[in-house]
Design a protein around this ligand. Structure first.
Ligand SMILES: Cc1cc2nc3c(=O)[nH]c(=O)nc-3n(C[C@H](O)[C@H](O)[C@H](O)COP(=O)(O)OP(=O)(O)OC[C@H]3O[C@@H](n4cnc5c(N)ncnc54)[C@H](O)[C@@H]3O)c2cc1C
Length: 411
């Protein structure tokens, strides 16, 4: 016990030998694709950038089916062979009756090796000059006139890090936005819970991604089969918690028994995906949120890697501009939201409304959707897959769907 006598020292204790509070210019919470690309771009612009990552290793465990469209990746990076598990040359949509619509696109996309991809993006950020701390969890933050302080737990010790701007790149369970005063509450109907197996099976079609829909098969969601080649595939299923008492594993097991009898499960992953509208505002004084933290996933498919990369890059541009002005007010950071709204906003709001229609469809109507899509493509090869055009085409072909969708989608 420390006694009063001990404290009554005849000299002043010099605290300067205690570690100083670390200072950076940009603090990025989360080393997913959004955080890493942002940190890379900020560091390349000469900003002193820190990434905080709570996991002990970047990219592990993988909570993703790993699919990305060609443009979504190649707009940012030339793909490295080690990032690519397989190439996608088209997709198949299976209705509840098992009938499939097939569309071919020779350069549709890739199935990534996310563990390697995420690790390499973080390495690119450090090569550009960013600092990364793994096993470092952000616990809270205080935004002040002169800067922002983030409380961090690192190696069992709590400490504070100082910066000018904080970026919430902390994924679907993001807290950073809430700490900065953003309204981040998510309605239960705007979230799907997922379960995915890494499956080993003798024959899995490797060039086509598969989507299976049906209210009994996956209430409020769908099942997917994304082949990684060599008889391996990410086979998963998402359901809306608002539509089922049972969890996604129950439905996934039924699906796997039916489609891949006798397959071996090499890994299991659980996760959640936002199917909500994007978070707006996605900025505040000294704060931006990007990627899943800003709910920039596609509400219809749940895909979020490409938008995580896009939003990370847009946020970095805005941060550079704010440093040039020396102004980190909400108004100065507003440009970020303008950029994502211009780039992907209209499409995301459209897909949100399309998802709302999808949730209302009976199995009979879902069969109709697949039937129309089948006729539309009839195994054709297309040059680009424009979801908006496809959805509008399907809805226009059915008087019943048209009635249902009219007030939600401007057809
Ligand atoms: C089952 C499943 C399948 C999916 N399949 C696909 C798919 O095929 N294609 C696709 O495009 N998208 C898919 N997604 C979505 C995709 O994984 C995300 O959209 C993408 O990872 C978003 O990237 P991000 O950088 O925003 O966040 P994340 O990749 O989630 O990264 C956030 C990081 O922040 C860290 N973090 C969180 N809190 C803190 C904290 N307090 N302190 C420090 N670090 C913190 C986390 O550990 C994590 O590393 C899937 C999601 C799930 C759950």
């Amino acid at each position: 016990m420390v006694t009063q006598k001990w404290l009554d020292l005849p000299f002043r204790v010099n605290y300067t030998w205690f570690p100083q509070m670390e200072k950076f210019e940009v603090i990025v919470v989360g080393a997913g694709p959004a955080g890493s690309i942002l940190a890379k771009d900020c560091a390349q612009a000469g900003l002193d950038t820190l990434i905080l990552e709570k996991r002990p290793r970047v990219g592990i465990p993988v909570l993703c089916a790993e699919g990305i469209d060609t443009q979504g990746l190649e707009d940012h990076f030339p793909p490295r062979p080690s990032w690519i598990a397989s190439r996608i040359e088209g997709g198949r949509l299976y209705g509840p009756n098992g009938e499939a619509a097939e569309v071919k696109h020779p350069r549709a996309g890739y199935i990534l090796e996310r563990a390697i991809f995420d690790r390499d993006l973080a390495a690119l950020a450090t090569r550009a000059g960013a600092t990364i701390w793994v096993g470092a969890e952000a616990l809270g933050m205080d935004v002040g006139e002169k800067g922002v302080e983030v409380r961090v737990k690192r190696a069992g010790r709590e400490m504070r890090v100082k910066g000018q701007v904080v970026v919430g790149a902390d994924g679907i369970g993001s807290k950073v936005g809430r700490w900065g005063g953003l309204r981040t509450r998510l309605a239960p109907g705007d979230l799907v819970s997922c379960c995915q197996y890494l499956l080993a099976y003798k024959k899995i079609s490797s060039e086509f991604v598969e989507f299976h829909i049906g209210n009994l098969l996956a209430p409020g969601g769908y099942a997917w089969v994304f082949s990684k080649g060599d008889g391996l595939a990410n086979v998963g299923l998402a359901i809306s918690s608002a539509k089922s008492q049972k969890g996604p594993k129950h439905f996934l097991d039924l699906f796997v028994q039916r489609i891949f009898p006798g397959a071996e499960v090499l890994g299991i992953t659980w996760g959640a995906v936002s199917t909500s509208k994007p978070l707006s505002p996605s900025f505040a004084r000294r704060l931006l949120v990007v990627g899943d933290a800003a709910r920039l996933t596609d509400p219809l498919s749940g895909a979020g890697i490409a938008n995580a990369l896009r939003s990370g890059a847009w946020a970095a541009e805005t941060i550079k501009e704010a440093f040039d002005r020396g102004d980190f007010s909400a108004n100065s950071l507003r440009g970020y939201e303008k950029k994502w709204k211009k780039g992907i906003g209209r499409e995301l709001y459209f897909r949100y409304r399309a998802k709302e229609v999808f949730l209302k469809l009976t199995d009979k109507e879902l069969n109709e959707v697949t039937g129309i899509a089948k006729e539309m493509f009839a195994g054709r090869s297309v040059k680009s897959i424009e979801v908006k055009k496809i959805v509008k085409g399907i809805v226009r072909s059915s008087p019943r769907l048209l009635r249902l969708a009219k007030h939600l989608i401007s057809i």
